[in-house]
Ligand binder design. Structure first.
Ligand SMILES: NC(=O)c1ccc[n+]([C@@H]2O[C@H](COP(=O)([O-])OP(=O)(O)OC[C@H]3O[C@@H](n4cnc5c(N)ncnc54)[C@H](OP(=O)(O)O)[C@@H]3O)[C@@H](O)[C@H]2O)c1
Length: 270
């Protein structure tokens, strides 16, 4: 089973903070010694990471705002591939979250709704599309990987973050479809479904202090996730999410694979 241990070079989008940053350092520490490219908007955070952990030259940095126009995002992806032709894995951890109260519709900021959809879904599916020609090419000789980060809220939505939950449900659905569609090209799609985890995601909502009383520590999250990534799991529900995943998602990936097989068979007959 191909796993993170097979990756020689991984880009982690959204690794200036939180889950992406912690997983980047976990992957950097693997015995397989991959090159790790950290990525996000905040240059000072990228510089700090490389200064603190880039001693042996395997930690690189790329500054990128994923909420840019499509042509600029495509150009940035092409620049990354040109600079790192050995790139065989991307992890997409960039994300934002807003609170809404739809019982008071006058308070709903549709600009926030749109930007949440752009950062959490449109930019992700766009980057996947732009990286795929390269990842499929790599797949001809060795496995390549796409790691998405959805959420336990993709399975059971949280009403207070209704739009965020919807964007994560979209990532979950996309991950299942891509998993079965890209397997034959040796491109392995892995979805991580985190629980509430220590990070900066909720800082702007003023909720971090409350959430910190029951969130999973980054250390615990990273340890549990790295175990699954090293094992080569396709779906990675972490901590408390294992329960809702077992209840609502058991067998779904197999059903998606069966639908794909039936579609291919039907197309053969035409
Ligand atoms: N923490 C949780 O409880 C939790 C639970 C389930 C899922 N998740 C998911 O895990 C992922 C990471 O979230 P986190 O909790 O680690 O949040 P975080 O600490 O706020 O980190 C978010 C990361 O996304 C990057 N980012 C945001 N907007 C960006 C943009 N326009 N362009 C490029 N990078 C951007 C940030 O970098 P810059 O600001 O430097 O650009 C930062 O590195 C997200 O997809 C989130 O939805 C988190």
């Amino acid at each position: 089973m191909p796993s993170i241990n097979d990756s020689k070079c991984i880009l982690i989008v959204g690794s200036t903070a939180g889950l992406g940053r912690s997983l980047a350092l976990g992957i950097l520490a693997l015995p397989s010694k991959p090159t790790v490219i950290v990525c996000g908007r905040r240059k000072e955070r990228l510089d700090e990471l490389v200064a603190a952990h880039g001693g042996d030259g395997r930690l690189k940095a790329v500054q990128l705002d994923v909420a840019t126009d499509r042509a600029s995002l495509k150009a940035s992806v092409e620049d990354i591939v040109k600079q790192y032709p050995e790139l065989d894995a991307i992890m997409l951890s960039s994300g934002i979250q807003h609170i809404y109260n739809f019982s008071k519709p006058e308070t709903i900021d549709l600009d926030n709704i749109a930007s949440e959809l752009t950062v959490n879904y449109i930019s992700i599916v766009s980057m996947i599309t732009f990286f795929l020609p390269h990842l499929i090419k790599i797949g001809e000789t060795r496995p390549s990987f796409i790691y998405t980060i959805s959420s336990g809220l993709a399975v059971v939505p949280s009403p207070i973050v209704a739009n965020y939950s919807a964007t994560k449900a979209a990532i979950h659905s996309l991950s299942l479809s891509l998993n079965v569609q890209l397997k034959d090209q040796n491109v392995h799609v892995v979805e991580i479904l985190p629980p509430l985890v220590e990070s900066e995601l909720h800082d702007h909502q003023g909720k971090s202090e409350v959430y910190s009383k029951f969130w999973m520590s980054l250390e615990e999250f990273t340890k549990a996730t790295m175990e699954c990534l090293e094992r080569g799991d396709a779906q990675v529900p972490i901590g408390a999410i294992a329960g809702s995943y077992a209840k609502y998602e058991t067998g779904k990936l197999d059903s998606v694979a069966q639908m794909r097989a039936a579609q291919l068979k039907a197309m053969e007959g035409k």
